[in-house]
Design a binder for this molecule. Structure first.
Ligand SMILES: Cc1cc2nc3c(=O)[nH]c(=O)nc-3n(C[C@H](O)[C@H](O)[C@H](O)COP(=O)(O)OP(=O)(O)OC[C@H]3O[C@@H](n4cnc5c(N)ncnc54)[C@H](O)[C@@H]3O)c2cc1C
Length: 342
């Protein structure tokens, strides 16, 4: 089989790696238009992501372990007061650019052909390759290829920012203002850097952020940096048309506040390659892939919506005692078990 993969993010690189390493495809080509894109700083990964990396390539998991940051505490800070718990989920964070670089190197050593440019049109790929994997993120080429796409805005406005400093564990910072609440989710992803994801009722600039939070944020260097956005939950039906299939953010997005997008992308890739490897027909394999993954993704999207909803109405929780506010935050949408409550 010859496989074409559009997009060299977590979904595309993991799919390509598994297709090549397991000998499912004799030729795998990845197109990535912008390897230097580094907006987004760090991402949080659950333990399942490390396990999946280990199944994909044990030494990749070892390298990953050298670059991740783990933390022992979660802190909620409000008006000069803070509440900390050590009953913290086992999460790891890594720079998005580092994760993609490790996967890229692994693909190169597995014999994947890596092309640093915009992919050809899907219609051209679909006639030249047996399998075409759209792993090109939330603005996928699949949107023009007959897939039915719906987008729903969820959660407050946000800006994805960074700090040139490692904060102490996962930290939520709240700053009430006259028209609502600004809230930052900060976590370290290296010894010297943190993600600073800021939500609020309106866009504010870095000087205002400094005045409000006392920190100097970095805005990244990509074209789309320092934009305030509203998260759009993406749903696609079906996940395969002919020999074209969608994976990762091209197939679905899940609100960032549950930190699952990258892991879901990895798990899609693994399920797709498992299905293709064991199938009699490509069409059957792609149906099996969707049947296996869609319920898992829908459940994660439900959690993401509940979490996003909590952050949208967080201002209404502010008059509760800090420990109750923190418990409500950490158990939002039933996400975390009672063991994480104070
Ligand atoms: C604010 C925010 C915070 C987040 N935080 C987390 C987190 O903490 N943990 C987590 O797991 N996830 C998080 N995510 C989600 C995570 O970033 C995505 O789910 C994940 O990157 C999806 O991987 P992907 O490979 O599907 O897509 P992407 O990472 O978007 O990769 C797609 C790639 O395709 C390339 N591409 C696109 N079109 C073309 C083309 N025509 N030709 C060639 N290349 C192309 C792009 O350059 C890009 O590199 C967050 C998302 C947001 C918005």
């Amino acid at each position: 089989m010859r496989a074409a993969v559009v997009g060299g993010g977590p979904a595309g690189l993991m799919t390509a790696l598994l297709l090549a390493r397991r000998g499912v495809a004799r030729e795998v080509v990845v197109w990535e238009r912008d390897r230097e894109e580094n907006a987004g700083f760090g991402v949080i990964l659950p333990p399942e992501a490390t396990e999946l990396l280990r199944r994909a390539a044990p030494h990749l998991a070892d390298e990953f372990a050298e670059h991740v940051v783990r933390w022992q505490t979660t802190t909620v800070e409000r008006e000069g007061d803070s509440w900390t718990t050590s009953a913290t989920p086992d999460l790891a964070a890594i720079a998005r650019a580092t994760l993609n670089r490790l996967l890229w190197q692994e693909c190169a050593s597995a014999g994947v052909i890596l092309r640093e440019r915009v992919a050809p049109r899907l219609s051209a790929l679909a006639t030249s390759y047996d399998l075409v994997v759209c792993a090109d993120g939330a603005g996928s080429l699949a949107d023009q290829a007959g897939f039915e796409v719906s987008l729903e805005q969820v959660g407050p406005r946000y800006a994805w920012l960074g700090l040139d400093d490692a904060v102490d564990g996962l930290t939520f910072l709240t700053r009430p203002v006259a028209d609502g609440l600004f809230m930052a989710h900060a976590y370290p992803y290296s010894a010297t850097a943190s993600t600073f994801l800021l939500e609020g009722p309106r866009a504010i600039d870095p000087d205002d952020i400094r005045a409000l939070f006392g920190v100097r944020v970095s805005t990244g260097t990509g074209d789309d940096t320092y934009q305030w956005r509203t998260f759009r939950e993406r749903t696609v039906r079906p996940w395969a048309l002919g020999n074209i299939v969608v994976v990762g953010d091209a197939a679905h997005t899940t609100h960032y506040s549950i930190g699952h997008g990258t892991y879901l992308a990895f798990a899609d890739a693994e399920a797709l390659v498992d299905a293709v490897a064991g199938a009699d027909t490509a069409a059957g394999a792609l149906r099996d892939y969707e049947a296996l993954r869609r319920p898992v993704v829908e459940q994660a999207q439900g959690l993401g919506r509940a979490s996003a909803e909590w952050f949208t109405r967080a201002v209404d929780e502010l008059d509760r005692p800090l420990s109750r506010f923190a418990a409500s935050l950490l158990t939002r949408g039933g996400r975390l078990v009672r063991a994480h409550e104070p």
